[in-house]
Design a protein around this ligand. Structure first.
Ligand SMILES: NC(=O)c1ccc[n+]([C@@H]2O[C@H](COP(=O)([O-])OP(=O)(O)OC[C@H]3O[C@@H](n4cnc5c(N)ncnc54)[C@H](O)[C@@H]3O)[C@@H](O)[C@H]2O)c1
Ligand SMILES: O=C(O)[C@H](O)COP(=O)(O)O
Length: 591
């Protein structure tokens, strides 16, 4: 009689130090190999045997490694940041990437407070001094946190936790975060300021808690440091690259900044003789080697969180925090995919356009609102569920302002994430006849100027009285509106703000509001040409008829110019456009 050969257990590779608490969940059903210190070539040589890979921030999960990982189903990051994982390649190979977005929040917040107190009381300098046999009580007098102003940049999960702890120290709390939930800020006694400049100017301690994204890269440079108090101290437990390390070094040397507490660096570990390594050596700096998440408790949390998800995936179930999770289930794919793409692009266009446009006064107008109506018309009203569209909208709205690390939006968690951010989305279906339009379904996204109930607008629009018509015109002026449709499986935007005009939401777009008169196109084209930017297509959108009918002549001669360009347009070029030749406002978006 043939003896059945037991099928081998699936294998899991762990090339870094991950807490054993999570690994214990794996050991019965899987073969768990903990192999530290592998070179990239050694890792590539063995990865083909494994179905799961669990890493922290040190293992580089490259496209080359993933290509060799023929059996791999999941890469689990025991922490938040997936900067070390090539997520695009993982998605291409059908490998799910999961992380633990909240397991180390408290650890990062407490580490920030540890650095703040160490910098306030010269703990680093005092420790080196006493260890070298000195007794320098006079030189090492510090300051107290009580009564001082803590400026928080980025009031998300870690920023809010820092605020709550610092509140207990009796500090005054101010923050800059254009997308923060005002209710959560108020509950933590934090006053939100409209600009980073105000926070910089008032802060005795300035602490950074944003993701590293285009808008935060180098956000604290020489100009920003120059506006801070010379007694101010600066803290970074978020990501290297947000503070210009050379500028900070110069400010510390010049005595225009009093100290710094730094856990993260542009390059880790920092190269010898780099600005980062000179900062680390500076007596006014307390530095730690990316230890924000390195507590026993946080490591237990993240390890259990990701190991549970590895078990789910290897058992054929959906994980709770997949970085590259699908928004749509396979059976819905065919009908919904083009609309999911459209709605996600509308959300992303909303956030980028309304929070990055430069106006004639030269100031950046951040106008991110939190109450939205999304209306599905035509064939879309017959859908069984709009959950994927809702998730796509939340993803579109939030992705431009969050790094891929922290935000894994899918149909399961979209509503919760929106609520966390204080975002209210009313979904409506309208059976209005769209047969006269060149498409069968379209979607309207309306960000309300105030939290007025969604039915109010319908009531106004049904009335024919002049007063109601004026009220409608006012609302049209104040609401921010984006409308789109799908034709031939391709998404189109048909209205942006008060302007109608069809364009494909893809690539980099320069969007200018200008007086509708001759010469604009030539002017913008020549400025872009000088900057080496090529125009791929352009579209002029006049005022939308709803607005035109009701507003009269006041702004009737304005139009929107949308230019598809072949590369990003620098802020200096955008600034050069505004106020010239009737260009009133401009924004650059990448979709
Ligand atoms: N040092 C460590 O070991 C460690 C540990 C955990 C987290 N982190 C890092 O800490 C940072 C914060 O993490 P989190 O979990 O609180 O993230 P989060 O997404 O919860 O919060 C980030 C906040 O930044 C805000 N923001 C985005 N762009 C902004 C801008 N231009 N200006 C001002 N605010 C802006 C967002 O609105 C959000 O509220 C991340 O960079 C994360 O990678 C580091
Ligand atoms: O992204 C994170 O979770 C933190 O930066 C911690 O990274 P680590 O797991 O390498 O300590």
């Amino acid at each position: 009689m043939a003896i059945p050969v037991p099928s081998p257990k699936p294998k899991i590779l762990i090339p870094e130090k991950v807490s054993p608490d999570g690994l214990a969940l794996l050991k019965d059903s899987f073969e768990v190999d903990e192999k530290k210190g592998l070179s990239p070539d050694e890792l590539k040589g063995i990865i083909g045997e494994y179905e799961a890979l669990i890493v922290r921030s040190e293992t580089k999960v490259t496209a080359e490694l993933l290509e060799a990982a023929k059996k791999l189903k999941v890469v689990a990051r025991a922490g938040v940041g997936v900067d070390n994982v090539d997520v695009v390649s993982a998605t291409k190979y059908g490998i799910i990437v999961v992380n633990s977005p909240s397991g180390n929040i408290n650890a990062a917040a407490e580490h920030t407070i540890a650095l703040m107190m160490a910098v306030a009381r010269n703990v680093g300098d005092a420790c080196s001094s006493i260890k070298s046999g000195k007794w320098e009580r006079g030189r090492l007098v510090g300051i107290e946190a009580k009564g001082k102003t803590l400026g928080i940049v980025g009031l998300g999960k870690v920023g809010l936790t820092v605020a709550r702890i610092a509140n207990g120290f009796g500090m005054r709390l101010i923050a800059y975060d254009p997308y923060a939930n005002p209710n959560l800020a108020a509950a933590a006694s934090v006053t939100l300021k409209p600009t980073l400049a105000e926070v910089q100017k008032e802060a005795d301690f300035l602490t950074l808690h944003t993701p590293l994204i285009a808008s935060t890269k180098g956000m604290i440079g020489a100009a920003e440091l120059a506006t801070m108090k010379p007694t101010a101290r600066i803290l970074n437990v978020a990501r290297g690259g947000m503070i210009d390390e050379t500028a900070l070094l110069e400010a510390l040397n010049a005595g225009t900044i009093a100290g710094a507490g730094i856990d993260v660096f542009t390059s880790e570990p920092p190269e010898a003789d780099s600005p980062a390594s000179r900062l680390i050596a500076h007596p006014k700096v307390v530095a730690t080697p990316h230890l924000g998440a390195s507590t026993k408790e946080a490591q237990e949390n993240v390890s259990i969180d990701v190991c549970e998800q590895v078990v789910s995936i290897l058992s054929g179930e959906l994980p709770r925090s997949a970085v590259n999770a699908p928004i749509i289930l396979p059976e819905e794919y065919r009908t919904l995919q083009p609309f999911v793409t459209l709605v996600e692009k509308m959300g992303s266009l909303y956030t980028q356009h309304y929070t990055s446009h430069l106006t004639a006064s030269g100031t950046k107008a951040k106008d991110f609102r939190t109450t939205f109506d999304i209306t599905y018309e035509g064939a879309l009203t017959n859908l069984n569920t709009t959950k994927p569209l809702f998730a796509a909208l939340v993803k579109g709205l939030l992705t431009p302002i969050t790094s891929s690390d922290g935000l894994n939006i899918n149909i399961v968690n979209a509503e919760l994430l929106a609520i966390d951010r204080g975002i209210l989305i009313n979904e409506n279906r309208s059976r209005e006849n769209v047969e006269d339009k060149p498409y069968s379904s379209f979607v309207t996204l309306r960000a309300r100027a105030s939290r007025s109930p969604s039915h109010q607008r319908t009531d106004i629009s049904r009335s024919n009285s002049p007063a109601a018509s004026r009220a409608l015109a006012r609302q049209e002026q104040e609401d921010q509106v984006i409308q789109g449709f799908v034709s031939g499986n391709k998404p189109f935007i048909s209205r942006l703000d008060r302007f109608k005009g069809e364009f494909v939401p893809r690539g980099t777009l320069l969007i200018c509001r200008n007086f509708d008169s001759c010469g604009k196109i030539g002017f913008v084209g020549s400025l872009l040409g000088k900057a080496g930017v090529n125009i791929k297509f352009m579209n002029v959108a006049p005022l939308h008829e709803d607005v035109e009918e009701n507003v009269g002549d006041v702004e009737g001669n304005e139009a929107l110019m949308i230019l598809g360009v072949d590369k990003p347009v620098g802020q200096d070029v955008v600034k050069g456009l505004i106020g010239q030749e009737g260009v009133l406002e401009a924004s650059v978006v990448t979709l």
